[in-house]
Design a protein around this ligand. Structure first.
Ligand code: FES
Length: 168
């Protein structure tokens, strides 16, 4: 083997080892990224943009006792409730600013088989996407198969319009 061949061999080995080293480094980098992403997800106590309790004070869960709470309408989660046609789910309730301009609060649970209802601004009703039941803004059944009204809660707005109080 000449010196030139020896040099070429060494260079080849060097490049191969460098290639493997890069691959290994990439693998470690990816693993590190994955682990970081995993840990940041599992450690994050507020992963979604709508944290149920943020902006809400009191009990908004009918199964946990008498419903009585306030919603901070300056909170980014609920500021949309100042706009007609918008709605939000708060605990076990659906709150909507309906066509008439008033803010209504109803049980979010369809009385047919329990699916969460939605507010449809065009129809100005609460709609169950499961079997198509429709309820008026006051909770009355307009279209079945549901036969029982949604529970309606009392709502009142503060003078400045920034705080919504909901009670049973
Ligand atoms: S669950 Fe709502 S219509 Fe059936």
């Amino acid at each position: 083997m000449t010196n030139l061949e020896t040099d070429q061999l060494k260079r080849g080995e060097f490049l191969r080892s460098l290639g493997m080293g890069s691959a290994a480094l990439m693998a470690f980098y990816c693993m590190g990224t994955g682990l970081t992403a995993c840990s940041s997800k599992s450690d994050d106590p507020t992963p979604s943009t709508t944290t149920p309790s943020a902006g809400v004070t009191g009990n908004a869960d009918a199964s946990a006792g008498t419903v009585s709470f306030t919603v901070d309408l300056t909170n980014s989660n609920y500021a949309k409730l100042k706009t007609t046609g918008q709605y939000a789910i708060v605990g076990s309730l659906i709150i909507a600013k309906v066509k008439s301009g008033s803010v209504v609060a109803l049980s979010k649970t369809c009385t047919h088989q329990g699916t969460e209802v939605q507010y449809r601004s065009t129809q100005d009703d609460m709609y169950c996407p499961n079997h198509g039941s429709e309820f008026s803004p006051t909770g009355a059944v307009e279209v079945g198969p549901a036969t029982k009204a949604l529970t309606q809660y009392k709502t009142s707005l503060s003078a400045d319009g920034n705080t919504l109080t909901v009670t049973a």
